[in-house]
Structure formats: structure tokens, C-alpha cells
Design a protein around this ligand. Structure first.
Ligand code: G3P
Ligand code: MG
Length: 356
């Protein structure tokens, strides 16, 4: 059941359009579907559950491997979704595997950041929780935190005392990856400053700053609370501002995620793969082009979703919903969408009327 079988109907025609859905503020708020998203998505499948319209989720969020997120989304939205259809902010990190494959790296953020990186093929990964637990007193405020580091301590201590998985006291951290929204900003900023200032060995001699990667740069996003919440971009500003105040060389980093054009180009090539899966195999072998004439980006964040799709241009067509970050009556002034609608359901109505 959890295979790609729903992607291919043997006699299906080549689809001419595809859809990329933002998740937070369009499809879900927290874990609750919004804007009629389950009904809207169901219209993209035929009566037997085969995909009629190639679509994927293009989110700046994350924190769990794509395989797990696909299962979660399938359950919440009551349609079958494969891992190929889930592109998260951190998905492009997998392209960095060859550079860091056997190096010690630290993964930061909510959920299971280390599991994400291990699934991509990185071999020596520690979550920042585990990493911090090996250094006594690295967080002078930990005793005041009710949540503490209980789990990490339990995992890493046994009758013989502290058992680091790797020799963190002499092996340098070669890369830091902010996979998802950091949980304990104070501790994470402190430990990241330690790692980055000292060339990967907290409390030891100086060295060059190891590379730092952010999965996305969203300043704010729509979660369950009525007004927007601070996102990874806000954390980046806090870290950068503090780091640059205590260090003579400015922080160096790379941010992934929307609105970077390569994210949209990558989504385009995944949708093309989906089309190849859905096309008659014979047609594909004859060399028929499986490219799409139009790809709809349905998002709630003008600066991120709409700006990104507009920057790439053809074949992207941007649709802005009023269920998340954007709520205005008129189009956004700085990043106007090709179409503004109330909900994702209304967006699907428009697309299917236009295309079918
Ligand atoms: O943390 C999630 C947030 O950055 C945005 O997610 O789905 O709106 O791109 P999304
Ligand atoms: Mg969003």
C-alpha cells in the first residue's frame, strides 16, 4: 500500500499541468487540515485512487524524514501520498552527502533532525541535544529548564558514565545543519557559537568556522496560534547578530528553501518524474517530452511562495490563499500573485475548470 503504485495508471494520458502545495497555512494549521484541503486533494485522484494530476508538497518546514512525513500527511489528509511527493526545506541537504559523508556533523531542530540526516546518507550525525549532553555545563541555564536534557542523558550515560557515540572532545564538527525550527534557542545559539567560533571543538583552540546550513529562511509562518510565529529565519537573525557581536569574522552560512529558484527547478524535475510514472511507458520510450505546460504554486506567504514562483516564471503560475500569513482583500503589493483566492479548495476549483 505504501508504494508508488497509485502514481501509475497504465492507460493514462500525459498530464499537461502539475501542482505544488505549500503546507503550513495552506493545507494544515499545526496538524489540522484547513481550507477544505482533504476534499481538494481527493479531486486529484480518480475513483480507483490513481493519481490524475501530478502534485507535490513544497514546504519550508520539516524535522522528519520524507518517508515518515508522507505517511503522516496520508493519514491527516486521507489520500495516498508517496515520499517522492514530499519536498521539505531540508530535502536538498541530501546533495551534500558526498562532501560530509564520513565527517562529524551536528543536526539542529525540532523532531528528528539526526534521523533525517542519517536517512540522506550522512554517516556521523549527532543531534544538538546529544552533542550538548557530552559537555558538562555548556548550557549554564540547563538546571532552570524543566524539560532539561533528560532523554539525551539517559541515552548517553550508563553504569560506566558518559558514553559519547563519537570522540567529540578531539574530533572537530565539520558541519552544522539547521534542519528544522530550533527548540531551545538560547542553548542552541550558545552551543552553535561554541562550535562555530572554535572551528568545531567547543572550549578548545581557534580554527576556521565550519560550514553552516539552514533548511529555510522564513522569518514568520502560520502555525496554530492566530498570529504568525517566528520561523527559522528569525533564529538565523538572532544567531548571526550574536555571533557577529562576539566574533571578529562575520558568520558564514547558506540558506536553502523557498524562495530560492533552485527549489522550484527541483520541484519541476520531481513533477516531471511523476509524469513519467503516470505516462504510458511506451510513449515515454518513444522520447515523448514529459514536461509540464503549467505548474501551479499554491502558497500563503507572498515573500516566500509567490516571490519564488514569480522569480522563476514559466511554467509557474502563482496562487495566493488567505488561510495563512496573507489575509488581505487585495493582492499583495510587493509580491503580487497571478491569482488570489480564499482557500486551497477554491484554488483547485479554478485549476480544474481551466485545465479540464
Ligand atoms: O516551519 C515551517 C515554516 O517555515 C513554513 O512551512 O509549509 O509554509 O512552507 P510552509
Ligand atoms: Mg506556508
Amino acid at each position: 500500500r505504501r508504494t508508488y503504485s497509485h502514481l501509475r495508471r497504465p492507460d493514462s494520458e500525459r498530464p499537461s499541468f502539475g501542482i505544488a502545495f505549500d503546507i503550513d497555512g495552506v493545507i494544515l494549521r499545526g496538524r489540522t487540515p484547513i481550507g477544505g484541503s482533504p476534499q481538494a486533494l481527493r479531486r486529484l485522484y480518480d475513483a480507483d485512487g490513481f493519481l490524475k494530476v501530478p502534485f507535490l508538497f513544497l514546504t519550508n518546514g520539516g524535522g522528519v524524514p520524507e518517508t515518515k512525513r508522507a505517511l503522516e500527511l496520508s493519514e491527516l489528509l486521507k489520500v495516498q501520498i508517496s515520499a517522492l511527493q514530499v519536498v521539505q526545506g531540508h530535502s536538498p541537504f541530501r546533495r551534500l552527502v558526498s562532501r560530509f559523508e564520513n565527517e562529524l556533523i551536528v543536526a539542529i531542530g525540532k523532531g528528528e533532525p539526526a534521523a533525517v540526516m542519517l536517512e540522506y546518507g550522512f554517516k556521523k550525525v549527532l543531534s544538538i541535544d546529544d552533542y550538548a549532553s557530552y559537555f558538562n555545563d555548556i548550557d549554564p541555564l540547563s538546571q532552570y529548564k524543566s524539560w532539561g536534557l533528560k532523554q539525551s542523558y539517559e541515552r548517553n550515560y550508563n553504569s560506566e558514565g558518559l558514553q559519547p557515540k563519537y570522540d567529540v572532545y578531539s574530533e572537530r564538527v565539520k558541519g552544522a545543519f539547521v534542519v528544522s525550527d530550533p527548540v531551545d534557542w538560547g542553548r542552541d545559539i550558545q552551543v552553535l557559537c561554541d562550535i562555530l567560533r572554535c572551528g568545531g571543538l567547543p572550549g578548545k583552540e581557534n580554527g576556521h568556522q565550519p560550514p553552516l546550513f539552514f533548511a529555510a529562511d522564513d522569518l514568520e509562518y502560520q502555525a496554530v496560534f492566530p498570529s504568525e510565529r517566528l520561523g527559522m529565519g528569525a533564529f538565523r537573525i538572532a544567531l548571526e547578530s550574536i555571533y557577529n557581536s562576539i566574533n571578529s569574522r562575520p558568520l558564514e552560512y547558506t540558506s536553502f528553501g523557498k524562495p530560492n529558484p533552485f527549489v522550484f527547478k527541483n520541484a519541476e524535475s520531481i513533477l516531471t518524474k511523476l509524469v513519467t510514472n503516470m505516462c504510458q511507458v511506451k510513449e515515454t520510450m518513444k522520447g515523448e517530452k514529459c514536461g509540464l505546460d503549467t505548474i501551479y504554486m499554491i502558497g500563503d506567504n507572498p515573500k516566500v511562495d509567490i516571490n519564488g514562483a514569480n522569480k522563476v516564471g514559466h511554467p509557474w503560475f502563482s496562487i495566493l490563499t488567505r488561510t495563512g500569513v496573507f489575509r488581505d482583500k487585495n493582492n499583495h503589493e510587493q509580491y503580487p500573485a497571478d491569482l488570489v483566492v480564499d482557500t486551497v479548495e477554491e484554488a483547485i476549483d479554478f485549476i480544474l475548470k481551466k485545465e479540464c
